[in-house]
Write a protein of this length. Structure first.
Length: 238
């Protein structure tokens, strides 16, 4: 059997398994590291940097960096949390996230992170981009104004659905999510594809089910994002 790897997060001794990333090993130890582009069951992408931690004072993405013996990690400290807060802030102003009008409100991971990080309003200027929507598909809707380029739909379509419905096109500020046809209705996407459940925000939405779960009864209406990871510590320690 493989020897466990012993490392430290904010001074706490943690043992993980060889080959685990910092994020995975921390999660097993019930330490929450914020994340957006990471999704269990998908390959790691390392795009959003919300999971940034400091290792020997150097910023690394916890979702792509493997644990090593004796590693000293800084996770829940003011400077790390401020860095993440800035990233979350920038995601809000770079797109058009009108939470009060979005069907994803209460189930949105970006919105939930803003609540967790106590961001009442972004400190940067809104850019108000104008991006395409695609309502061509009878059951699925894409609003690129809310896309945070996390790539979860791209990976879920390829790795779980065995399709390549979504890809990135363009570079820099022109980068956006695209489909492998002129519009979504011309692809082989169906509403039961796992890619349609992978979006952390309201950029990919299913039609006909809006507000089936009323606002106020959604997942993050009841608990902060990450509480499920942290709460399990309370449950199993008692
Ligand atoms: S559409 Fe959603 S899942 Fe796909 S890249 Fe944009 S935010 Fe991520
Ligand atoms: S969750 Fe690690 S870079 Fe996005």
């Amino acid at each position: 059997m493989n020897q466990p790897v012993t490392f430290f997060i904010d001074g706490q001794v943690i043992q993980g398994q060889p080959g685990q990333t910092i994020l995975e090993a921390a999660q097993d130890a019930r330490v929450y590291i914020p994340r957006l582009c990471y999704r269990e069951g998908l390959s790691n992408f390392g795009a959003c940097r919300v999971c940034t931690v400091l290792v020997n004072d150097k910023p690394v993405a916890a979702c792509t960096t493997p644990i090593t013996e004796g590693m000293m990690i800084e996770n829940d400290t003011e400077r790390v949390q401020n860095y993440r807060k800035d990233l979350i802030d920038m995601l809000f102003v770079e797109g058009n996230h009108f939470c009060m009008f979005c069907e994803k409100s209460g189930n949105c991971e970006l919105q939930a992170l803003a609540y967790r990080f106590r961001i009442p309003a972004p400190k940067y200027l809104f850019q108000f981009p104008q991006r395409e929507i695609d309502a061509s598909h009878p059951d699925i809707f894409i609003d690129r104004n809310r896309c945070i380029l996390c790539g979860r739909c791209v990976r879920a379509s390829k790795e779980l659905d065995g399709k390549n419905v979504f890809q990135f096109v363009g570079r820099g500020t022109e980068k956006r999510i695209a489909v492998n046809a002129d519009q979504l209705s011309d692809t082989d996407a169906v509403v039961t594809d796992q890619a349609m459940d992978a979006c952390p925000v309201g950029a990919i939405l299913k039609k006909h089910i809006g507000y089936t779960i009323p606002v106020g009864k959604r997942v993050y209406d009841h608990q902060p994002i990450g509480a499920d990871i942290e709460d399990s510590a309370v449950a199993s320690d008692t």
